[in-house]
Design a protein. Structure first.
Length: 308
């Protein structure tokens, strides 16, 4: 009998887990020709998430859990789940039910009957999200797809069903700075996308603030394109050209027309502009240097405190 592993990254999800468990069990009953395991990864939660999961594991043998020594982030939780899942097929679901478990039977059918290696999900709407957050999310995908050779699908969720071969390819990538949406695309394989309308959280509050999402977007850009480094070089060349032209204009005007070089406010503005561009370029270089520094440390991506 083939087995599906459901990996569930959790951070302060004590309110959502009972609802999630109830919905997943409904799907498992419908797919009675398969065996399952529910692998909860507690990412150093500060509430009773671990206790709730332990109670479920005591009454249901399908439930397993991993708990970290501290909060390492969702990327680390997903990696730990993928590395410790034992199924022939592995899926990742959020505990807040924004990833509808009811889609799982169709995802499995597409892999078995139509020969796909991965079946991913993407949202067609962003209803319920702040307008500014939705705007920047769409712009992010447009920007990164223009800069990167790896295609990022707008609205793509981490929720996807993958064959064991795909998962083995993903976990073979030992990067410390992980951006899973990019890694899923990087490994390739035949992929089918299922679209669904945005679903709001069943309980609790989102852990993703605008600032966290912004930093996560930077992770994706730095991880999958070096275009910002090229942009810094281009800006430097353009400013040099404009400076050279400006010097020639000033010399010609002074020699031919006797114009005095004046206007300290405009000079101050130019200096501030050039300094700002220099700091921007240094910041871009610093981002890549920081990632390289973290990679060379070879620190573990996560530390397991307890598991079942």
């Amino acid at each position: 009998m083939e087995k599906i592993s459901i990996v569930v990254p959790c951070y302060n999800e004590q309110e959502s887990i009972p609802y999630f468990y109830k919905e997943v069990k409904k799907v498992i009953k419908k797919m009675s020709n398969l065996s399952f395991e529910l692998l909860f990864v507690d990412d150093g939660s500060k509430d009773n998430t671990l206790q709730v999961v332990k109670e479920l594991s005591e009454k249901d043998n399908l439930v397993r859990y991993i708990t970290f020594s501290r909060n390492f982030g969702k990327e680390a939780a997903m990696l730990a789940g993928l590395e410790n899942a034992t199924g022939d097929y592995i899926t990742i679901m959020d505990a807040d039910l924004q990833d509808p478990p009811a889609l799982l039977p169709e995802m499995y059918r597409l892999i078995k009957e139509e020969g796909y290696d991965t079946v991913g999900t993407r949202r067609t709407t962003r209803e319920g999200e702040p307008v500014i957050r939705s705007f920047f999310a769409r712009k992010f995908y447009k920007i990164i797809n223009k800069m990167s050779k790896v295609e990022m699908v707008d609205g793509a969720r981490d929720y996807r069903l993958m064959t064991r071969q795909v998962v083995d390819s993903i976990i073979s990538i030992k990067e410390y700075n992980r951006y899973s949406k990019g890694l899923f695309s990087f490994v390739g394989y035949k992929t089918k996308w299922i679209e669904f309308e945005n679903v709001e959280r069943v309980a609790g509050t989102t852990k993703w603030s605008f600032w966290k999402l912004f930093k996560y977007a930077l992770e994706g850009i730095v991880a999958f394109t070096t275009a910002p480094l090229s942009l810094a070089s281009v800006l430097g060349v353009i400013l040099c050209i404009f400076s050279f032209i400006g010097i020639i204009v000033i010399i010609v005007k002074t020699l031919m027309f006797g114009d005095k070089v004046s206007g300290w406010p405009s000079l101050a503005c130019i200096l501030l502009f050039v300094s700002g561009v220099q700091l921007l370029c240094m910041g871009i270089i610093g981002q890549y240097l920081a990632k390289t520094y973290l990679e060379t440390k070879k620190r573990p991506i996560y530390i397991i405190k307890e598991m079942k």
